[in-house]
Write a protein that binds this ligand. Structure first.
Ligand SMILES: NC(=O)c1ccc[n+]([C@@H]2O[C@H](COP(=O)([O-])OP(=O)(O)OC[C@H]3O[C@@H](n4cnc5c(N)ncnc54)[C@H](O)[C@@H]3O)[C@@H](O)[C@H]2O)c1
Length: 348
């Protein structure tokens, strides 16, 4: 098969606005197992929306954008249903920024000879294909953005703002950028943190930048990320977290309660917490650790918490769609925390 035959049918992002699934999720509340857990998770997520004091943190792990969940997240951003995003680099750079440059993900299959794919420079994520040549353009673009910045340490949040600015300033991306997380967050002032920023396409771009600019380097300061996101918690004490998958983003947001304490601020634990995950708790690792367990570390309150054991492409549109069609987000304000972070120092 030729490369073009492998890369024919594009992944399309699900549009939760089109389907009112409120009655279905309400009915799932009368079922058992993960259906009931999902319905309770949706109700807690909706409680976060109703609580206008609550700063909502969304954490993203896994391959969510390549799988068709981008528009769910973009609709959350546009409707003030999320105030802060913490993600892996794969979601934000390799997948979202990649699509903002005009590239797409394609329907594939796990039942394929991967050596054939390698010869054609096609990368595979389970049943999804990517043109590696296009991914390399994404890497290079990150390197170019770094080359054009004043050399100094940046938080990942600050660098991602520059990625949004790059999309804004280049009209050739105008048709693609509207449905980009990076671009919408840039426009709405929503902070995006990627604590392991180099562990993705961005890493290749930054390695290239640093190699060729030994005396004037842009670097990413993850401690600065942690301080910035902790300032958000200190200034906005009521918080809720909606976690998609586990990994670094889950722990990063949970830990800001402890970081505030380290700085002598007595902040409450996260009031609301919902996690969608396929991991369970038996290996003792972070991704499957329950939110009840997190309460033993002083991170999450146990009154409004729910684990939903499901693959995210199924559960996320249901939980966000439920809350979207309930409409309680409409009373929420646009917080523009990016602007607040650059202007306000924390009062001692
Ligand atoms: N995923 C990719 O294609 C990819 C590509 C390039 C770089 N990376 C990098 O690798 C690191 C880890 O990436 P990761 O987040 O993909 O893997 P991960 O294995 O760290 O994900 C964390 C956990 O989240 C849960 N999870 C993941 N996907 C889920 C889903 N669809 N539904 C429910 N639960 C889910 C699982 O329990 C998993 O153990 C990151 O730094 C990322 O930037 C990933």
């Amino acid at each position: 098969m030729k490369k073009t035959e492998f890369l024919e049918e594009t992944i399309e992002h699900i549009d939760i606005k089109k389907f009112n699934i409120v009655p279905m999720v309400d009915a799932m509340n009368n079922m058992a197992f993960q259906a009931r857990n999902l319905a309770r998770g949706a109700k807690i997520f909706d409680m976060m929306q109703k609580d206008t004091d609550c700063v909502i943190y969304l954490t993203l792990a896994g391959s969510l954008i390549s799988a068709g969940l981008k528009m769910v997240i973009v609709d959350m951003i546009k409707n003030n249903m999320v105030d802060v995003i913490v993600s892996t680099g794969a979601n934000i750079v390799d997948q979202d920024f990649f699509e903002a440059l005009g590239f797409r993900h394609y329907h594939g299959t796990p039942f394929v000879n991967d050596s054939d794919l390698r010869e054609l420079m096609i990368d595979r994520i389970y049943d999804t294909f990517i043109d590696e040549g296009e991914l390399r353009i994404c890497d290079e673009t990150i390197g170019q953005i770094a080359n054009n910045l004043p050399p100094k340490p940046y938080s990942s949040r600050e660098f991602i703002i520059e990625m949004g600015k790059f999309l804004e300033e280049n009209d050739k991306y105008a048709v693609y950028r509207e449905n980009s997380i990076v671009y919408q967050c840039y426009k709405k002032g929503v902070p995006v943190f990627v604590p392991a920023f180099s562990d993705c396409s961005a890493g290749f771009g930054l390695v290239h930048h640093q190699w060729h600019n030994p005396d004037k380097q842009v670097s990413i300061d993850s401690a600065r990320d942690f301080l910035e996101i902790t300032k958000i918690k200190i200034n906005n004490t009521t918080s809720g977290i909606f976690m998609i998958g586990g990994g670094v983003p889950k722990n990063f947001v949970q830990d800001i309660v402890v970081a505030a304490e380290v700085l002598d601020y007595d902040v409450p634990m996260h009031k609301y917490a919902v996690q969608i995950t396929v991991a369970d708790e038996r290996d003792g690792a972070l991704s499957g650790s329950t939110l009840k367990e997190a309460s033993s570390w002083g991170k999450v309150d146990t009154t409004y918490e729910q684990m939903v054991y499901s693959e995210a492409t199924i559960a996320m549109p249901l939980i966000v769609g439920y809350s979207y069609h309930k409409g309680n987000y409409k009373a929420r304000m646009e917080r523009r925390l990016n602007e607040v972070l650059s202007e306000v120092a924390v009062e001692k």
